[in-house]
Design a binder for this molecule. Structure first.
Ligand SMILES: *Cc1c(COP(=O)(O)O)cnc(C)c1O
Length: 388
């Protein structure tokens, strides 16, 4: 019997090694991995460039305290601010730490301008911002909060797409609105560009902050560095994680100067956050992502994937309800429960993962090759045929 707690319903497969888009089991079976650690391995498994970067750094220096200057982190922060809306970066180790730190920054900002009563965060009901106590109550889903009371106060909710309830929920105490531009766990639900722009306008009008959780949809996943760039909006605070480490745990909060100046020595910290090993890997990921044509290629190959998936949807309109998502953050929504479909895909050597609303998530590495997409399409078609 496993000595691990049972908080996961694990599939009975384990792997010996990975390479690019593929995973290999001990008995030599080869899977096409379109989970990639849930949008984490942005450059695939065992990417030689990342392997080299981590090896090089591992021989030099793994960890020093944030009591000292860490040049690798200075460099990564500089590059992130140069490429994005942000002026400051604060490193963490995971997505949930990043979202929680984002909430702290928003509150601290209003405290610093003499408005400490503005401390409530408005979130989408049943969104996903991670698993710390604050993050589960920010998400506001019963499934995640059940048994973990008392409730962490300070979060209010509105229903996805319900503009009236959103406007009503903003009070004098609201500090920020926090949303995922594309809800990942919730079922690859995209906030339309015009809605994001409207959100920005509301925040400006009410003088509150806009926090966009790009932990899953950011770092090139949609074909732009950040998903919100499609809408051409400028957020105030952006938590990131998953893809930025390419498989190594890194989280960060990006923020504007206006907001970031509120963070004074001692106001926040992290023992591991921003360590030289993590920062070197983060820099190596950016080396690849910032290469000319990389994001363009994500767009081109994802256009092809969406086109092919929609063809399957049209062929099997009674099985597939909708193809969701942007770029390589893709959801295949079924009419019924997706468990059997995912199992059949696995039986045919294609790994995918579920999300809310009967959605199967398809998350190839950002450097996926066309023949790998073709292989996946063939398997999905075969499973549709079997299920019909
Ligand atoms: C995964 C995820 C998180 C939590 O990240 P962890 O690294 O698991 O803590 C937060 N927000 C979003 C949108 C995510 O997809």
């Amino acid at each position: 019997m496993s000595s691990l707690t049972k908080n996961y319903n694990r599939r009975k497969i384990s792997f010996k090694k990975g390479s690019g888009s593929f995973l290999y089991t001990n008995n030599g079976r080869k899977y096409l991995d379109f989970v990639q650690g849930i949008a984490v391995n942005s450059l695939g498994h065992a990417n030689p460039y990342l392997v080299n970067a981590i090896n090089k750094q591992a021989k030099k220096l793994w960890h020093v305290s944030n009591a000292f200057v860490i040049p690798e982190g200075e460099k990564l922060a500089k590059r992130l601010t140069k490429k994005t809306f942000a002026d400051f970066v604060m490193f963490q180790n995971s997505g949930t730490e990043a979202t929680e730190a984002a909430v702290k920054v928003a509150r601290r900002y209003f405290y610093s301008i003499g408005k400490p009563f503005k401390n409530r965060i408005l979130c989408v009901k049943n969104s996903f911002h991670g698993r710390t106590l604050a993050a589960i109550f920010a998400s506001g889903s019963k499934k995640m909060t059940e048994g973990f009371g008392p409730k962490v106060d300070g979060f209010d909710h509105f229903e996805f797409g319900d503009h009236q309830s959103l406007k009503k929920a903003i009070t004098k105490k609201t500090a920020a609105i926090m949303v995922e531009p594309i809800m990942g766990e919730g079922g690859i639900k995209v906030i339309p560009d015009w809605c994001l722009r409207e959100l920005r306008k509301i925040c400006n009008k009410k003088k509150i902050l806009l926090i966009l959780d790009e932990v899953q949809c950011g770092i090139g996943r949609t074909g732009k560095f950040f998903a919100f760039e499609h809408a051409k909006v400028k957020p105030d605070i952006v938590p990131i994680a998953k893809g930025i480490g390419g498989g190594f745990p890194i989280g960060a909060v990006l923020m504007t100067k206006k907001v970031g100046l509120c963070m004074k020595p001692g106001s926040h910290g992290s023992t591991f956050g921003g360590n030289p090993l993590a920062m070197s890997v983060g820099n190596a990921v950016l080396d690849q992502l910032f290469k000319k044509g990389f994001l363009k290629n994500v767009k081109n190959i994802s256009d092809y994937l969406h086109f092919e998936l929609n063809k399957i949807k049209n062929e099997y309109p009674k099985i597939i309800k909708e193809i969701r998502g942007v770029g390589l953050l893709v959801g295949l929504q079924l009419f019924g429960d997706q468990t059997k479909f995912i199992k059949k895909l696995t039986d045919n050597n294609l790994l995918t993962i579920r999300a809310g609303e009967n959605v199967i998530r398809i998350l190839p590495p950002l450097n996926v090759r066309k023949i790998e997409i073709d292989q996946a399409i063939k398997i999905i078609k075969k499973v549709c045929k079997e299920i019909k």
